[in-house]
Design a protein around this ligand. Structure first.
Ligand code: PEP
Ligand code: MG
Length: 760
């Protein structure tokens, strides 16, 4: 059974078109179950009718011609009930409805199974037989399994418009639909309007044949020339970006150059050429192997690096084939679209022309998303349903706030988005004036507005008025290396930030790997990584890593006026804090013994797991500060993987249970007079910021993009009003209710400008 199922799925998924997939499906199912008839009906939501979309065994002339209302016939009943119906004699059922053209009157046995995706009935799969018999349990189960398995394919066809094309041959492409919208995830907030330029990889690795070389020496020479040309290109690109990108991102171009090193890709390719392969074939094999290695990695950041390797490979291939990437014309407002947009593609476009980026693959952790954030270019990642082959040169709108891409936008939609861009622009100019001002409410309540650092630049954070670093994600410098960075390497990076921020406080988090963050040189393979060896658990088991890091942090602060705060991630037990504090104290003693004169650092605990919420008071009594990691706290409170798109709509930072936990932590910190901060995404969300300020959080730490808006809302609200809102919110049952109420409150208070306006 399993093999049959697998082979049907493979055939269907591999079909050239959706139409062909449906034909294959009915053919294969008929064969697998040995039944006389198999049909697929698809839901036309615009008309609320089920179209007879594919068939074997009945009159196939009717395919695509006839349809049933949802309240008509047994097929309608399956859709209505959203459950299977299995009958030995369909013709006597009260809902039996005869469509004479189909010719089904002779068939008695009927089994209909709904095709459901995300709770929505997309169609019905039916098998029929002359003989009066009930399909047996295993046949029914087989069809239910198959239908559930194929539902995502049908949903994809629905989203791309292929399904609609079956309903009406005049509808044309989905792109002709007014305001056709494709969903992805927001990469960089903001709106971009422009013309799509679809970028293709310059050459095609798949098309390269494996063959032996005639002349090893010539092949090696050609290879060297191509490698050098690509190296020159990368240096040129890096120089082009030198002014607009912070050093840590520019360093990624060095990573590219290292990848092309004799010790890495270049050496491997050369070895194969020396063994007799022609250069292009050797390149293809080596690139495939390396891409595979990256794709096998657990860590999404590193997995994305596979795309960079492939991009490099294609660049080398282009030179090998002597087909220099042909110069594309870039309109003044370019929206760069690609199956997999890479940093190299981005670099070919003059920055002032680039208004938006859409990548079919990738996520917020993709290198290109990181670059887009640094350049402040609106970006949508993972727009999987975008029909990329037919989109070139069409006007597009990129909504990086909501992760949506619009094609064929009506004049009215364009106008709405233009107004949105203008008001965002005007607002951000206005917000620049707040740069030197403090985060203080109208009734004088002071809130520290700090920044989270890891991949975004120092300069931008200070420009936006950050009053300190609330979270330095130290794992990032660890990720860009090929081994643990040494104490001195760490000290240099940390000090650069501390000097730039002096005399503002800087909060350094100890290494937080595990979960979805892995190091290539220190892999952690686990069944349940988020419940496994992560954060403080790793560094307490490896005190040598902890000690080197703590000493680097302490030394980095030598002679500076700013407070050094060391923060411990993923704390679940008191003993972990005791052990970590003992290590910090020892590191401090050692550093003093070495003659480096530094103050005792402040030590704080992150509240990221429910256990820490329940022990918050005890923890608060032990340390200098508490800081909630609301991203993880939400994930663990609600048991929702924060990276899983399938359950993304269940990940609710304003879930009443999460708000209640946040409030408990605030009470515990206040009872112990302990300084309290928060550094998850909730702090950078204006609604979250107002509620947290009302709860008594002293510091809100967020990414620098959100900081000005949060400062504006804090400066324009009274804490007494925020507390009244909080009191109401704490009695609510659902996150939706909380969101609705808070949106309305902010609108009523004249603060609606901080709420992202959705295109209606
Ligand atoms: C958090 O969990 O909220 C947090 C700030 O840490 P990270 O997102 O790095 O896990
Ligand atoms: Mg965390």
């Amino acid at each position: 059974m399993l093999n049959t199922l697998r082979s049907i799925v493979q055939d269907v998924v591999g079909a050239a078109s959706f139409r062909a997939a449906l034909d294959i499906l009915v053919h294969d199912v008929r064969g697998a179950l040995g039944t006389e008839v198999c049909s697929v009906y698809l839901m036309n939501r615009a008309q609320d009718r089920l179209l007879f979309a594919a068939n074997e065994g009945l009159n196939t002339d009717s395919v695509g011609q006839i349809s049933l209302a949802v309240n008509q016939g047994l097929v309608g009943l399956v859709a209505e009930r959203a459950e299977p119906i299995n009958l030995n004699n369909a013709t006597v059922h009260p809902r039996f409805y005869l469509i004479p053209e189909i010719g089904e009157e002779a068939f008695h046995a009927f089994l209909g199974v709904p095709v459901i995706h995300h709770r929505q009935v997309l169609g019905v799969l039916v098998v029929q037989q002359r003989e009066r018999r009930k399909f047996d349990e295993s046949e029914e189960a087989f069809l239910v399994t198959l239908s559930a398995r194929l539902a995502t394919e049908v949903a994809h066809a629905d989203a791309t418009g292929e399904m609609e094309g079956l309903f009406d041959s005049d509808t044309g492409s989905v792109l002709e639909r007014p305001d056709a919208m494709f969903k992805g995830v927001g990469g960089t907030p903001g709106i971009g309007i422009g013309i799509a330029v679809v970028v293709q990889p310059p050459a095609n690795l798949e098309a390269v044949a494996d063959k032996a070389s005639d002349d090893v020496t010539t092949e090696l020479q050609v290879l060297d020339r191509a490698l050098n040309m690509v190296r020159d290109d990368i240096r040129r690109i890096s120089e082009q970006f030198a002014a607009s990108l912070p050093p840590e991102e520019l360093a990624l171009f060095d990573v590219y150059l290292h990848m092309l090193d004799e010790n890495a890709l270049a050496g491997d390719i050369r070895e194969r050429v020396q063994k007799g392969s022609w250069a292009q074939g050797a390149l293809k094999q080596v690139i495939y192997e390396h891409v595979q290695r990256f794709e096998d990695m657990e860590d999404p950041y590193l997995r994305e690096r596979g795309a960079d390797v492939k991009d490099l490979g294609l660049r080398v291939l282009a030179y090998l084939q002597d087909i220099r990437a042909k110069k594309t014309h870039f309109p003044d407002s370019t929206i760069l679209v690609g199956e997999e947009v890479t940093a190299g593609m981005l670099a070919d476009i003059p920055t002032d022309k680039l208004k938006g980026i859409v990548s079919v693959r990738g996520s917020v952790t993709s290198h290109v998303a990181i670059l887009a954030q640094s350049l402040d270019i609106p970006a949508v990642m993972g727009a999987v349903d975008l029909p990329i082959l037919s989109i070139d040169n069409r006007p597009l709108i990129v909504d990086g706030f909501y992760g949506e891409v619009f094609c064929n936008a009506s004049a009215q939609t364009v106008k709405q988005f233009q107004e949105l861009i203008a008001s965002e622009q005007e607002f951000s100019e206005e917000l620049e004036e707040l740069k030197e001002l403090k985060g203080v409410t109208l009734d004088g309540w002071r809130v520290g507005l700090w920044v989270n650092i890891g991949l975004t630049g120092i300069g931008r954070s200070l420009d936006r008025g950050a009053e300190g670093i609330g979270l330095f994600r130290t794992e990032i410098p660890f990720m860009t290396k090929e081994r643990f960075p040494s104490e001195e390497e760490q000290r240099v990076i940390y000090r650069e930030h501390m000097v730039a921020f002096e005399p503002k406080p800087v909060t350094m988090r100890t290494l937080d790997v595990g979960g979805d963050k892995a190091l290539s040189y220190f892999p952690i393979n686990e069944e349940n990584p988020f419940l496994g060896w992560r954060g403080i658990r790793v560094t307490l088991d490896h005190p040598e890593i902890f000690m080197v890091q703590a000493r680097a942090m302490l030394k980095a602060n030598e002679g500076l006026k700013g407070d050094l705060r060391i923060m411990l991630p993923m704390i679940t037990s008191i003993s972990e804090v005791e052990e970590a504090m003992a290590l910090v104290a020892r590191a401090h003693r050692e550093v003093l013994e070495e003659g480096v004169d530094v103050k005792q650092p402040q030590v704080g605990v992150m509240i990221e797991v429910p256990a820490a919420v329940y022990q918050a008071r005890r923890l608060a009594g032990m340390v200098d500060f508490l800081a909630v990691g609301s991203n993880d706290l939400t994930q663990y409170m609600l048991a929702v993987d924060r990276n899983n798109p399938r359950v993304a709509d269940l990940y609710q930072e304003t879930h009443p249970a999460v708000l209640c936990a946040l409030r408990e932590v605030a009470k515990a910190a206040s009872a112990e007079h302990t300084y309290l901060g928060i550094c998850g995404e909730l702090a950078g969300n204006p609604i979250g910021a107002v509620l947290l300020m009302a709860m008594g959080y002293h510091v809100l730490s967020m990414n620098s993009t959100n900081l000005p808006k949060v400062k504006w809302v804090i400066r324009n609200i009274k804490r007494s009003d925020a507390r009244r809102m909080l009191a109401r919110v704490l009695r609510m049952d659902t996150p939706q209710e909380v969101q609705r109420f808070m949106r309305q409150q902010l609108l009523d208070a004249g603060l609606g400008r901080v709420l992202p306006t959705h295109h209606e």
